[in-house]
Design a protein around this ligand. Structure first.
Ligand code: MGD
Ligand code: MGD
Ligand code: SF4
Ligand code: MO
Length: 723
């Protein structure tokens, strides 16, 4: 008998609606749901991962504990949970709360239980050592939102379906399927801009898949985005003398003064973009009836990532495109993440600093780039135990090998994850996470960044035999005698008690009722939402200023003082001459997702993807041939990888995908190990940070590239049997 269940694909931010068919207990098919309120039947090739993850024989079904011989042994949930809680509690009792660190990975963002109860537990641990993938990702955008609008989650989203000009800086939505811009079927939506007479302009050191379909692609030197933005603002404010925007904006004169200090010649010199191109781009952007500038990880992964995120929003403001139809807008999500953030202590920055490097927290978290320092450096508050949830920092953090070595020295480590991977292989206890098909779902985070206001709840399409992440964390919390008064204060501990009574669904119901579409709006509840299994459309984005501002004076800040100070400091420096170095950037692939979807045969097949892309002229200058193995060396390490020549990267730039490097001993992912590749983060530098937010500055790492071997066989790939 076949039954078909409505669900959501939880593999990326697009959150496409899917239909899961089950034939006598076996998943027979996963396909797009044509009635889904947002995706209307669209799915990408990665969707097969939902089935493959469920069926993957390497996925952990039982908890693992490490025995005295060093090997893992399967055990019951009861024993694993007890050992995990005891181990963490012992460290906390002996060395204080800061001796226990937490790292949360990216899939947390797609997990109802982890985003509701999970956060409540983790924010109640009372440790300052909270880390997450955010500081390898979007924390510059959060800090810019915090200082401009008063809440880290007030990040404007391009009104993609109504804009006539989309300027894309450091994002590749055709491959990533959109990020902080949730909109399934990105290709169609981008092409639609061109079809309605508009323009898509992509600024990227690589002619990406998005650049290929754009109206125009402009190469820029890695990590020079703030200069391009200063240049664009210089054209608008100084050359064209644009007027002060609406009353709600403070700091217009200060912004103007700043951009005056950056001449177009300087902007051009830093970015490698001709002055005339900067001038034309500024004019076209400003002249467009509705325009939105959008930036993502390529914009954030740089030493001035926060400056770039701020100036990008400033460009939207001064051109009159912020908070208006077709521009960059704020959402009205059914669960108000801004309020949740406030309750959990996520509002604020610089309230405490990291022990070793003195790096400031943002939203209650410290930069992942400094976790290894905190583990390695002895003294009061040294990190001795780590809890990881849905993350693989050995592959995702800058200078992964150093963190890898540091993890091996921990007294105790608990991981909540589905695999024994490069990180969890160090665990004392692994608590298995069920596959995405075994979880109910509501997108607390993603809906807050969607190009339409939508809400959708789905029960788990496949009944689970394992425990949910949130249950595991709640049990750990109980073992640690929580709630104590955590970073979020008494409200967070109250929420802990409430949440543990209600569970994620109960908490979700409360949050929906308290949200803008709840008692204050159309009376949305979870019961009501359940009646719309394909999701509920809550309307297009609407202007929301000044009502949503959370700054002290209820005004929006166009030129926050901290940002100005940093911008002048940066302007006073000159670009270091790279000498013979090439600048390394990353890339993503449609059939891959960070480090953890390389264990699906269907998704890894095809030519090897972990190659170094280099411009043919740079290669011939170094006497390097396509298909041979080169050694790439940075300050922190070296890898050997096959070379692929292409003029899609600009001269002086090389690109390696992130998320590979599956050849470390002790992992249990057979398919991934056979397609190991090398880790980009064996080369990236834990000392290279965005000054303001502490975000990892992955983009533009200086490297040298030399011949390693003339054999074409990619290292890290299995040798052919006859070789
Ligand atoms: N050089 C470079 N480095 C980068 C990036 C880059 O572009 N360049 N990108 C950065 C970005 S944007 C990000 S977000 C990070 C990602 O970095 P991480 O979040 O640290 O790593 P992922 O590879 O996403 O690994 C996710 C882990 O979660 C597990 N998992 C999946 N679903 C669940 C679940 O529901 N519950 C639990 N408990 N576990 C689950 C998987 O098995 C996997 O081990 O990497 C960053 N690192
Ligand atoms: N298929 C797939 N989808 C994914 C993921 C995945 O791994 N695979 N990861 C998910 C995650 S965690 C995230 S955060 C999102 C990220 O979503 P995006 O930000 O759209 O992801 P990327 O493909 O990394 O795009 C970054 C772009 O920035 C460019 N770039 C690099 N350096 C610079 C620079 O200095 N300046 C400028 N202007 N551009 C630069 C790169 O060449 C690249 O094209 O994608 C999500 N979706
Ligand atoms: S774009 Fe692909 S991976 Fe992302 S949610 Fe949709 S089907 Fe899943
Ligand atoms: Mo990310």
């Amino acid at each position: 008998m076949t039954t078909t269940k409505i669900a959501s694909c939880l593999l990326c931010e697009a959150s496409c609606g899917i239909l899961v068919s089950d034939e006598s207990g076996q998943i027979s098919k996963v396909r797009g749901d044509s009635e889904d309120v947002m995706s209307r039947g669209f799915v990408c090739p990665k969707v097969i991962g939902m089935k493959d993850l469920y069926e993957d024989p390497d996925r952990l079904r039982k908890p693992l504990v490490r025995t005295s011989s060093g090997a893992f042994r399967e055990t019951s949930y009861e024993e694993a949970e007890r050992l995990a809680a005891e181990g963490l509690k012992r460290i906390r009792d002996e060395h204080g709360p800061n001796a226990l660190a937490v790292y949360q990975g990216n899939p947390t963002a797609h997990n109802l239980g982890l985003l509701s109860l999970g956060q409540v537990v983790l924010r109640n641990l009372g440790t300052q050592n909270l880390y997450s993938a955010s500081s390898a990702d979007q924390v510059p955008q959060m800090l810019a939102a915090e200082l401009m609008f008063g809440n880290p989650f007030l990040i404007p989203v391009p009104d993609l379906d109504r804009t006539n000009f989309l300027l894309v800086l450091g994002a590749n939505p055709v491959v990533s399927n959109g990020s902080l811009m949730t909109a399934p079927d990105m290709k169609r939506r981008l092409l639609a801009i061109k079809e309605r007479g508009g323009k898509v302009v992509v600024v990227d050191p690589r002619r990406s898949e998005t650049a290929e379909l754009a109206s125009e692609h402009i190469f820029l030197r890695p990590a020079s985005d703030p200069y391009l933005l200063l240049g664009l603002l210089h054209v608008l404010l100084i050359e064209q003398g644009l007027e002060r925007p609406a009353e709600v904006w403070r700091g217009f004169e200060q912004l103007k003064e700043l951009v005056r200090a950056c001449s177009l010649a300087r902007a051009s010199e830093e970015t490698g973009i001709p002055v005339e191109t900067i001038r034309r781009l500024a004019s076209e952007f400003n002249a467009a009836e509705r325009a939105a500038a959008y930036g993502r990880v390529g914009m954030c992964h740089q030493r001035s990532g926060t400056l770039a995120a701020w100036l990008l929003t400033a460009l939207n403001v001064v051109s009159g495109n912020l908070d208006r139809e077709g521009g960059a807008m704020f959402t009205t999500p059914a669960v108000e993440v801004t309020k949740l953030a406030a309750i959990l202590g996520l509002k604020g920055h610089g309230r405490f600093k990291s022990r070793v490097r003195g790096l400031a927290e943002v939203s209650g978290e410290l930069p992942i780039a400094t976790l290894a320092d905190e583990i390695e450096t002895a003294g009061e508050g040294q990190v001795r135990a780590l809890l990881t949830v849905a993350g693989n920092p050995v592959l995702s953090a800058p200078n992964g090998p150093r963190l890898d070595r540091a993890l091996a020295t921990l007294d105790f480590m608990v991981c909540v994850d589905s695999y024994v991977n490069e990180t969890t292989r160090h665990a004392s206890v692994i608590l298995p996470a069920v596959s995405p098909l075994e979880r109910s779902h509501y997108d607390i985070a993603i809906n807050a960044f969607a190009v339409r206001n939508v809400a959708k709840y789905v029960p788990a399409p496949i009944p689970s035999s394992g425990k949910q992440d949130w249950e595991l964390l709640l049990r750990l919390g109980l073992g640690l005698r929580l709630p104590k008064q955590g970073a979020g204060g008494t409200v967070a501990s109250w929420l802990y008690r409430l949440g543990s009574q209600l569970g994620p669904e109960g908490l979700l119901d409360v949050l929906l009722r308290l949200g803008p579409h709840g008692v204050r709006g159309r009376g949305l509840t979870l019961a009501e939402l359940r009646k719309h299994p394909h999701g509920l459309d809550l309307g297009a984005l609407e202007p929301r200023l000044p009502g949503i501002l959370e700054t002290k004076d209820k005004q929006a800040q166009l030129a926050p003082r901290e940002f100005l100070r940093e911008a002048y400091r940066v302007l006073a420096q000159r670009r270091a001459q790279p000498g013979d170095s090439l600048l390394l950037i990353g890339r993503r692939h449609l059939r891959s997702n960070n480090s953890w979807m390389h264990n699906s045969q269907a998704l890894v097949k095809g030519p090897p993807r972990c190659t170094l892309l280099m411009h043919p002229t740079d290669a011939s200058e170094r006497g390097l041939l396509s298909g041979t193995v080169v050694e790439v060396r940075s300050r922190v390490g070296a890898v050997q990888v096959p070379l692929e020549l292409s003029d899609e990267v600009m001269r002086g730039v090389v690109s390696l995908p992130h998320g590979f490097g599956h050849s470390r001993p002790g992992t249990r992912m057979k398919v991934a190990e056979a397609h190991a590749g090398v880790s980009l983060n064996d080369l990236t530098d834990d000392q290279e940070l965005d000054e303001l937010s502490g975000n990892a500055a992955f983009s533009g790492i200086p490297v040298s590239v030399t011949q390693f071997a003339t054999v074409a066989r990619p290292l890290g790939e299995s040798a052919p049997a006859h070789a």
